[in-house]
Structures are given as structure tokens and as C-alpha cells.
Design a protein around this ligand. Sequence first.
Ligand code: NAD
Ligand code: IPM
Ligand code: MN
Length: 356
Amino acid sequence: MSTHSIAVIAGDGIGKEVVPAAITCLERIAGIHGLNLAFTYFDWGSDYYGRNGRMMPADGLDQLARHDAIFLGAVGSPEVPDTESLWGLLIPIRREFQQYINLRPVRTLDGVTSPLASDKPIDILIVRENNEGEYSEVGGRMYRGLPHETAVQETIFTRLGVSRAAHFAASLAASRQGRLTSATKSNGIIHTMPFWDEVIEETARQYPGVTVTHELVDALAAHLVLKPWTLDVIVASNLLGDILSDLGSAVTGSIGVAPSANLNPEGDFPSLFEPVHGSAPDIAGKGLANPVGQIWSGAMMLEHLGHPDAAAHLQSAFESALRDGHSTRDVGGTSSTSEFTAAVLTAIDAHAPVTA
Ligand code: NAD
Ligand code: IPM
Ligand code: MN
């Protein structure tokens, strides 16, 4: 039996609802496919902050490092400043564990209605650089409260950082339609962007069959809304990829369905799997949260752990629950989080391979 130790951080808000939902599905899948998923639960997040003045213990990263993967819900609470909650948990995990790729699929699903007039299928992979760029630690606020109060944050791109994101994205494009779109803003305004373009260009050139288009991000945002079906793989910096991935999920129907994998491709550290959405304080605790993004992130985790059959089984189960008309309110349905999860469990059993 294949055993994997998985650190689970449900975190805040709807993380506490969608993570248990996805774990139930993962446990059912594990039972069918003979996997031993050993979950260790960490109660870190904003409530922990309220009790301890920090988002996780001082040795939190050491505790996580001992696991094969991390499964996270969301962080962020109206009670705790976002600077504390994000720099105290999510961002250090992404950085210390060199999760430099944030892979965010954007795909239409049967049963989830896109707000676009067209019903052409959309299948895009966004590769978001996840360790540097606009999310740098260089900068700060000065002269608080004074008329000349100033806020500064440097954007940092390194050749290593940009080229490894480019390699990952170009090799994905090579395995798909060969079309790589790089989100840029190099029309003379943002000084770091010509460097981004050059490194993307010279890296992608090493992949025969891959063509790179540099699209200004404002035009690319419009492209994502007007003709998303013409896009294949998008590579983007940290901030631009963050924005484009929320837009992409909205274009396919709801942010509630979007998954993500924060990957350390070398496997030196655990990778982290979480939905694209946040803690959604406006609907937290009401049973309204769509668990699809979290469940799909679980399927990406199974794939990453080397179990493509189990991943495909979980994927087909939630897709068939949606196709059969089960869905939460954000995508026009009436199911609660637990009712939708029950429909996925039924579909898991119905789709179980006879020999698994
Ligand atoms: P959000 O993604 O939490 O919510 C945006 C909107 O989408 C809300 O109206 C919400 O109700 C809806 N929504 C989100 N997920 C949904 C789901 N699964 N089902 C149904 N509806 C869903 O973004 P926000 O409101 O801007 O941020 C709230 C908090 O979450 C902030 O503190 C923010 O910093 C944090 N955040 C955390 C992460 C993360 O942990 N990776 C990601 C994004 C935002
Ligand atoms: C995401 C979130 C985070 C990000 C925030 C909460 C720091 O929006 O995972 O998309 O910007 O990376
Ligand atoms: Mn985001």
C-alpha cells in the first residue's frame, strides 16, 4: 500500500467547510485505490493567531517539511490584518518550500454555466510565478500619517526565477497545443518587464514546436473574456497571474471551482494544494461554499503524489455530479456544501473501477 503523509490546514472562513468536504472525498478514493493517506490536522490560521499572536508556531515550517504534501483551505479573516495572516502562513510556505510554480487550470465544466455568450470549451493552464516579482519583501511604509507619507515596494525578477517559470510553462505548452502566451506590460512603463520578456523568449526558444506570444496584460484580460478558447498556456508574474486566475475562474463560471497547485517541481520540499479562492467571510459558516475548487485541488495532489488513476477517478466524480445537475448557489444550483459533497461521494462509488 502506498502511504503519504499529508499536512492539512483548513485555515479560515470557508476553508473550514470545503477542506473537510474534500477530505471525505479523498478518503473514499483512497479506500478504493488502496492508498494510505495519513492526514495530520493543523489548527493554524486566524483563530490560532487570536490565541497565540501568530498564525503558526515558530517551528511550523519544520513540522510541515516532514510531510509529502500540504492541503490548505484559505487564510484571511476580518479579525486579523491581511499583512499578518498572509505573511505569517501562506507566503512563507510558498517561499521557504520553493513552491515557485503556481499552476492554475481554467476549464469549463459541464453543469457550470459560463457568463460568456459563447459555449465554446475553455481549457487554459495559467503558470503563475509564485516566489518573486511584485510580491517582494523589499519596501515599506514611511512617514506614517504625515503629508509626505510614502509606500514603496520593489518588483524583483531574477534570471533564475523567470527562467524556471518559463521552462515549466513551455514544457507544458509542448505537451499541449504549443501556444504559450506571456502576460507582460513592457510598453515602456514597467522597467522590469522587458527583462521578463527576454528571459521568457530565450527559454521558450529551447522548446521546438512552442510559439510564444507576448501580450500586454490589459489586452490579455480582454482576450480572456472575449476569446478565452484561443488560449492554451499562460505564463505570468506573481501579481499578474493572481489577477488573471481570478478572472479566468469567473469566465468559466465561478471562483468556487478553481483549483491550484503550488509546486516545488524538484520535490525537495512538499508542494501545497489549495483552491484559488480565499476565505470568503461573506458566506462563511452558512453551508453555501462550493467545494469543487478544493476537491479539484485534491485531485491535483493525487496526481502529484503519483496516482493518476485515483486523480482521474476523483476528477470524473465531481464532474459527473455537476453534469447531473448538482451544484451550489454560486453556480446557479441549490445544493449546500454537504449535499454537493454527498453527490460527489455517490459518483465516486458509481465510477469505481471494478478491479481497483
Ligand atoms: P474570496 O475569494 O474569499 O471571495 C471572493 C468572492 O467569491 C466572495 O463573494 C465569495 O463569497 C465568493 N467565493 C469565494 N469562494 C467561493 C466558494 N468556494 N463558493 C462560493 N463562493 C465563493 O476573496 P476576498 O473576499 O477578496 O478575500 C477574503 C479573504 O481571503 C481575504 O482575507 C484575502 O486576503 C483572503 N484570500 C486568501 C487566499 C488564500 O488563502 N490562498 C486567496 C484569496 C484571498
Ligand atoms: C491567491 C491569493 C493570495 C495571493 C493572497 C491571499 C496573498 O490571492 O492565492 O491567489 O495573492 O497569492
Ligand atoms: Mn488570488
